[in-house]
Ligand binder design. Structure first.
Ligand SMILES: Cc1cc2nc3c(=O)[nH]c(=O)nc-3n(C[C@H](O)[C@H](O)[C@H](O)COP(=O)(O)O)c2cc1C
Length: 369
């Protein structure tokens, strides 16, 4: 799904078959699997230079060589964090992982919207489960910050207990954990965003964290499909706990930005370019509500300008996934160069100094890209 036109790997016969053009002709899930397989085989481009110092950031005590991460869902089973780190991601979030393995929804369940660089997925947390992922990641020296995104099994009788298990199992291994309550593809999961349910969930999760040998930072990943009242409730609840940060946002169930386009009628969560403005507005609106709490901005980043806008809206770090489907891994280097140039053009020395300088305008819906 994601190989680069310019990669030196294209000179190698095996990967020649995996050019971006070829991947885009395949069914989306087949292309994704082919990409993971190629990465497992070590057929990945590698960054051959250090990151610019303007991009080094600290997030919840974690030192990131650069603030650009691979979002959850690309490497659900922790198969390729090392090659992704060598490629130059500052953080890699594996998962979502559920306690027991599950197959996810019937195929097809992953669709491109090529006209606008969008993706719709209804994967449904297909993953190999805690045990398998734990065994794979144990002892792996990733070379970048490793996040583990935890979730609940679809048929679980107790969603909260599933998250607690995730904390217990992964807190000694992960650099941070993400509590994902915002996938639209597990019925009932997003109800955990309601104030009372969220308070109970966070109490249980953070209690489990406090018992672990290492204090692992915990992020909460939220949906973009929230109104002002729902955002107020989340902010109030989160600020009453010692949660470490937010990830804004997951995919949207809205189709306003893709009406009548290819695959727009498919059920699932929409990501990529058509999510950008909504996710960035929600990020800014949450920034207004949570003060200096760390926020990772996700949703629709596909260029240096969109990455910069996430910081200006209030992000401390960013992640992406869908744009790599259409643009290839070369995008990572372009994003880094562009962000570093923006820092210098603003007369600053670090990307963190640009964070939040347009929060109010993004929150009010005055800006869009
Ligand atoms: C195919 C696919 C699978 C995803 N799976 C997960 C997942 O398991 N857990 C999760 O928290 N987010 C998942 N996401 C959401 C992404 O992590 C991200 O929040 C969203 O796609 C917006 O970023 P983007 O526009 O850069 O893709 C998935 C996204 C896609 C496209």
């Amino acid at each position: 799904m994601i190989f680069s036109r310019l990669s030196p790997l294209l000179r190698m016969p095996f990967v020649a078959n995996l050019s971006l053009d070829a991947l885009l002709k395949m069914d989306a899930e087949t292309a994704h699997r082919a990409t993971i397989t190629a990465l497992c085989l070590g057929l990945a481009p590698e960054q051959d230079h250090a990151d610019p110092k303007e991009l080094q950031v600290s997030l919840c005590g974690l030192d990131l060589p650069n603030p650009i991460g691979m979002a959850a869902g690309f490497d659900k089973n922790g198969e390729v964090p090392k090659p992704l780190a060598r490629m130059g991601f500052g953080m890699i979030e594996v998962g979502t992982v559920t306690p027991r393995p599950q197959a996810g929804n019937p195929k097809p369940r992953l669709f491109r919207i090529p006209e606008v660089g969008g993706v719709i997925n209804r994967m449904g947390f297909n993953n190999e489960g805690h045990e398998a992922v734990l065994a794979r990641l144990k002892g792996t020296r990733v070379g970048a910050i490793l996040g583990v995104n935890i979730g609940a099994n679809k048929d679980s009788e107790d969603f909260v207990a599933d998250y607690v298990l995730g904390v217990e199992r992964f807190s000694s291994l992960a650099d941070y954990l993400t509590v994902n309550i915002s996938s639209p593809n597990t019925p009932g999961l997003r109800n955990l965003q309601a104030e009372d349910a969220l308070a109970r969930l966070l109490e249980a999760v953070l209690k489990a964290r406090s018992k672990a040998a290492v204090r692992v930072p915990v992020f909460l990943k939220i949906a973009p499909d929230l109104d002002e009242k729902a955002m107020d409730g989340i902010a109030r609840t989160v600020l009453a706990t010692d949660l470490d940060g937010l990830i804004v946002s997951n995919t949207t169930i809205s189709r306003d930005t893709v009406t009548n386009l290819t695959n727009a009628g498919e059920a699932g969560g929409l990501s990529g370019k058509p999510l950008f403005n909504l996710a960035t507005q929600r990020l800014a609106q949450m920034r207004q509500r949570v003060g200096t709490l760390p926020i990772i901005g996700v949703g629709g980043i596909d260029s240096p300008a969109t990455a910069l806008a996430k910081f200006e809206a209030g992000a401390n770090a960013v992640q992406l996934y869908s744009a790599l489907v259409f643009g290839g891994f070369d995008m990572l280097d372009r994003l880094k160069r562009g962000l570093a140039a923006s820092v210098r053009a603003a007369g600053k020395t670090n990307i963190s100094e640009l964070s939040g300088r347009a929060t109010d305008d993004w929150a009010a819906g005055k800006l869009s890209l």
